[in-house]
Ligand binder design. Structure first.
Ligand code: ADP
Ligand code: MG
Length: 189
């Protein structure tokens, strides 16, 4: 659920701060905490009528509560993609959501693969989800998730040798080489 994802991100605050201090300006862990706490508060204090409403609200909260580049990227992409599930949550609408989310991150961040960002973790995950559905839509949900997580791990790891080309981390020149991108690691979590 969204609340348990928020809990896992909260538990990773220190790791994410450490990663952003190695390559950027050390604010990412705090940004994530602010976003995760505000999302949990909102989910606990409100009733929702539909899944797209939940996603839209989560996106809106991430934009308003997180500072830094990542809040708008995570939040606006979620708001924009939320209508993909307005006719219900099933394998094709989830994949449509993921693709829309990915496309929004690419557009708003004007980012492509290899810039050492969250996009490097998002893109392989979405491609694997889509590909499995195209090849065989009878694969179990657990198996699809497991494959998508593997792709995401691969994507997050692939940022290690790269030099950051976006966000604050791009100001640190070559310092980012040899460390994973914090945004990509947060996507994996
Ligand atoms: P900032 O770089 O402004 O300090 P945060 O610390 O909130 O932003 O978030 C850093 C993360 O945001 C990075 O690790 C990277 O994954 C992601 N990011 C930053 N800029 C971009 C961009 N233009 N496109 C995609 N992702 C980005
Ligand atoms: Mg930062």
């Amino acid at each position: 659920t969204i609340a348990s994802t928020a809990d896992q991100l909260l538990a990773a605050e220190e790791t994410l701060t450490d990663l952003d201090s190695q390559i950027g300006d050390a604010d990412f862990g705090v940004n994530i905490r602010r976003g995760a706490e505000a999302v949990k508060d909102e989910l606990e204090s409100n009733d929702f009528d539909a899944p797209e409403e939940v996603l839209y609200t989560v996106g809106r909260i991430l934009i308003s509560e997180m500072a830094g580049s990542s809040g708008v990227l995570f939040g606006k992409s979620m708001m924009e993609a939320s209508d993909a599930v307005e006719d219900g949550v099933d394998s094709s609408s989830v994949i449509a959501f993921a693709e829309k989310y990915r496309d929004n991150v690419a557009e708003q961040g004007s980012v492509a693969l290899g810039a050492k960002t969250m996009f490097d973790a998002i893109q392989p995950t979405v491609l694997v989800l889509k590909r499995i559905q195209e090849i065989d839509d009878s694969v179990s949900c657990a198996e699809v998730s497991a494959q998508a997580v593997k792709a995401c791990e691969y994507g997050a790891q692939s940022t290690i040798p790269l030099r950051a080309k976006k966000g604050r981390a791009s100001y640190t020149e070559w310092r980012s080489v040899g460390h994973p991108d914090p945004g990509a690691v947060a996507v994996l979590i």
